[in-house]
Design a protein around this ligand. Structure first.
Ligand code: KG4
Ligand code: ZN
Length: 334
């Protein structure tokens, strides 16, 4: 079985080939980040146009480099949601066209399922059950993965995603988009105890997140400060976010009794977050793993792999009508 994976839910165009025999054969990603530096965030229409301009070229490059032909493909797995509708529709249209012309089976994949299963792409691939903390520019969720195809979100943000909060604070600190990596770099020089920024929803071991109040507190704090203080602000902000993520993941482990943890998404590259979670895992006798960065951020390898597993295990397929900007995890639709 040779699977073509297609990912275009936000601002990364990804194509991948995954086979029964070889595992991941190759994957290519074009990130649009540079297009959005001047705007300070993703502009959906520009993202969709760039997917449209690049996707066929990337597909050709993937086939050329791996020496496969479209006719060799047995299954096309594409991200059908959630994401930006214009972006999703580019991947969807390419997937449906190849499928129709060459009579190849089509499998829509939920983007979150891709993120959840991404650890399985590693050679000593992690198998469910595990608990997944997904922290990126678009998502902040704690997800139970009891088995392939069996997922449940047990905590999520009620406003901004964690990476989005980093990016917004980055903007307040005059850092270029995306601010996350720059905020954490600046934080290295700062005093994380100087400001006590709020930690939201911390009562009754609530597993949901809220980061918008934190961002507003940073905004108010900056009114009386000069640029010399920015590293302390960055460090105190980062401390607040990581404190919340670590505590909530610990509570999630308490109520679920999972022994394996996965942390994925762009924010998983944050060094301090990794250290804290590693410590928490050690203290509680848990295993924690991080998919390699190229599998943590948006990519088509994880989509191809999710498609491969769904097919192999004969899981009920999602129906294929339309791309869905909102698509609750696990919901079959028509
Ligand atoms: O998964 P990802 O590459 O893309 C999407 O969200 O689609 O995540 C990007 C997010 C951005 O918000 C970025 O600022 C954040 O991850 N990020 C970080 C770090 N590296 C990336 N946030 C905090 N610390 C970092 N080191
Ligand atoms: Zn994603």
């Amino acid at each position: 079985m040779l699977v073509l994976g297609i990912e275009s839910s936000c601002d990364e165009t990804g194509l991948a080939l995954y086979s029964e025999e070889h595992g991941l054969i190759a994957h290519l990603v074009n990130s649009q980040i540079e297009l959005f530096t001047e705007y300070g965030g993703v502009i959906p229409e520009i993202a969709a146009r760039d997917h449209s301009a690049k996707i066929i070229g990337i597909l050709s490059q993937l086939l050329e480099q791996t020496k496969y032909k479209l006719e060799d493909i047995n299954l096309i797995a594409y991200t059908a949601g959630p994401g930006l509708i214009g972006s999703l529709m580019v991947g969807e249209t390419v997937a449906k066209t190849i499928s129709n012309v060459l009579d190849i089976e089509l499998l829509p994949i939920n983007h979150l399922e891709g993120h959840i299963l991404a650890p399985g792409l590693e050679e000593d691939g992690l198998e469910p059950p595990y608990l997944c903390l997904l922290v990126s520019g678009g998502h902040t969720q704690i997800i139970r993965c009891d088995d392939y195809g069996k997922y449940e979100i047990i905590g999520e943000t009620i406003d901004d995603a964690c990476g989005e909060a980093f990016d917004k604070v980055g903007k307040l600190l005059n850092l270029e988009y995306p601010g996350g990596p720059k905020v954490s770099k600046l934080a290295e020089k700062g005093n994380s105890n100087r400001f006590q920024f709020p930690r939201a929803l911390m009562k009754d071991k609530n597993l949901n997140f809220s980061f918008s109040g934190l961002k507003t507190s940073v905004l108010y704090a900056l009114e009386d400060l000069s640029e010399d203080d920015y590293s302390d602000v960055a460090a105190s902000f980062q401390e607040a976010v990581i404190d919340v993520l670590t505590k909530k993941l610990t509570w999630a482990v308490e109520v679920t009794n999972f022994k394996k943890l996965v942390c994925s998404g762009g924010v998983a590259s944050n060094k301090l977050l990794r250290e804290r979670l590693k410590q928490m895992a050690q203290d509680n006798n848990l295993e924690i793993s991080y998919p390699r960065m190229e599998f943590c951020t948006d990519n088509a390898a994880m989509i191809a792999y999710a498609g491969y597993m769904r097919k192999k295990l004969a899981l009920q397929a999602y129906s294929t009508n339309f791309a869905r900007p909102r698509w609750p995890l696990g919901e079959l639709y028509d």
